[in-house]
Write a protein of this length. Structure first.
Lengths: 331, 331
């Protein structure tokens, strides 16, 4: 049995999802040889530290009641630097302009010899190469399955399950909000504006939906895929991006009459990173509806492998984080 | 760099595919730290043994020209017992009545301390528990991604990528021949008999199609999934099986008018193993056409993950074998 001490840095929806999943899966982890204690949780107001292991149920309750877990006046960075532990679960909000505190936290984690498992796209979309080098130098792991497609496995699928294959391209629907809006426009014969409003009401789209509907979120995920699969050093600026705000009901209807749907497709090849609304045959594996995510990986040996799953949700994202934690410690 | 010596036991379509893939991917394997030599190849007429490493290109040429690689009068079992090597790639034809020589070969491999990577369903569908125990006792691996769904990753997906999840069920289309016949009946408005004849002409169905169209192949794959995912000790007799021979064009057309397709679905739950033609909504992720295979894995955390890929083909199956070999030696 391997004793593992973890911190959760960032205690919003995903961080709380991680706590819930760890609460639920303690025995499962032990059966895999991992005895994991969360020894610190940090949110934007402070932190709780307990080297004997935090009572996650109590922490979740306190967060819900008071909006914070803060007991000590420590930042996430302070925790990473001062609390003795093995693995940083970095789930702070993403910042695609500068990488934000997520980037600071990851750099600090490697500096102090800790593994990083993260759902935070910004740092990876901006500073992938530097982070990988920092991880290698510290002989620690940087795992980020949760950054692309939530519970839909794509990064680990390519790395492990398709090992030995040359990856020729990846294309897919990597943003559930856009997929929901486009799917619902056709189902309800409604305008973009109407279905954006509906998805905002349902909490599927943010009050400011720019990040999703302009394709920025998809572009960040493409950059992460390009860097990790093709070992590139791409950044957000390298992606040719068109969002869904100009997609009309008329174009969806015309496509439908010819047996097509319109989807916001992200495409990664060695020489192209592109996000754009595209026609997809209605019977094609990429033509999934609702908030689903999907990715098709084109390979030299295995042909095309397509994987579909829930691209968002705190528990689903936490599931991807859990599988990354297991992969660090198994064997 | 890890020096690995392998044998290929069974040199039909899949065995030759493995040789082709190893020829093509030698450098790729070296970049993963694996320096693999094939030191023996056996087919039904004899074997070639060369401890310095067989020239795979020459062996493939000889097989094509003379129908055999035989130089020495040795069986596969002889090779496994007498040639010093690390890993047996077992690709003999499947025998679901007794397990056949595949079973004998696997037992011998563990007895002599060698890993087994296989595409051979029969032994696993009949004697899963015994084989796993023999592997554990010998402290060797038994890997069999290639037995279910060809290049479509399902066993390793569940084991690695969905680690930590409880698997609630797996359902899918696990036989490309049946999927092809049902897809083409609807496309051509033709009878089962007509499209069976077409698929036999194209080499998609065997001259005796019983194994595929009666659902036996799907049932064997379900048994392997049940045993490996749910740690059961199921055998073929535990599966409730109905094939596709009674599916009529009329029923397909009626389904189509209501927005459904009919697919031969295999279903694994803790308490049920079933193969039967079922209605699937046309827009459902399981509704893939042609010879494609698909599997939906229902989990407690990650929700439902669906994976689609080519279920057959020698190179695709060899790709699954390659990923298993890599997984033995990586890290």
């Amino acid at each position: 049995m391997r004793k593992v001490r973890a911190s959760i840095i960032g205690f919003g929806s995903v961080g709380q999802g991680v706590a819930e999943v760890l609460l639920k899966k303690g025995d499962e982890l032990k059966s895999l040889g991992i005895d994991l204690d969360v020894v610190a949780i940090a949110d934007s107001k402070g932190a709780e530290v307990n080297l004997a292991g935090i009572d996650l149920k109590a922490a979740l309750g306190r967060k819900r009641e008071f909006g914070t877990v803060a007991i000590d006046n420590l930042t996430g960075e302070d925790v990473i630097k001062s609390v003795d532990h093995d693995i940083v679960i970095e789930t702070t909000p993403t910042d695609i302009e500068t990488g934000g505190i997520g980037l600071v936290n990851m750099v600090a984690a490697f500096e102090f010899g800790r593994h990083v498992v993260t759902s935070n796209k910004g740092p990876l979309a901006l500073k992938y190469r530097e982070l990988v080098e920092a991880a290698n130098e510290a002989d620690r792991k940087l795992l980020f399955e949760a950054t692309v497609g939530g519970a839909m496995p794509i990064i680990n699928l390519v790395r492990d399950t398709l090992a030995g294959n040359e990856i020729l391209s990846v294309e897919g629907i990597l943003n559930g909000t856009c997929n929901y809006i486009l799917t619902r426009m056709m189902e309800e014969h409604a305008s973009y504006e109407q279905m954006l409003a509906e998805s905002q009401e349902l909490g599927i789209a943010e009050t400011d939906p720019t990040y999703d509907v302009e394709g920025i979120d998809t572009a960040c995920k493409l950059v992460i895929l390009a860097n990790s699969i093709f070992n590139q050093d791409a950044t957000y600026q390298d992606v040719d991006v068109t969002g869904i705000t100009k997609v009309t009901l008329e174009s969806l209807s015309l496509a439908y009459d010819e047996g097509y749907v319109i989807k916001l497709i992200g495409e990664v090849k060695k020489d192209r990173l592109r996000v754009s609304p595209r026609l997809v045959p209605a019977s094609h594996p990429l033509a999934v509806g609702g908030t689903l995510n999907v990715a098709s990986v084109c390979t030299d040996l295995a042909g095309t492998i397509t994987v579909t799953g829930r691209g968002a949700g705190s528990i689903e994202t936490a599931s991807a984080i859990l599988s990354d934690i297991v992969s660090i410690y198994k064997d």
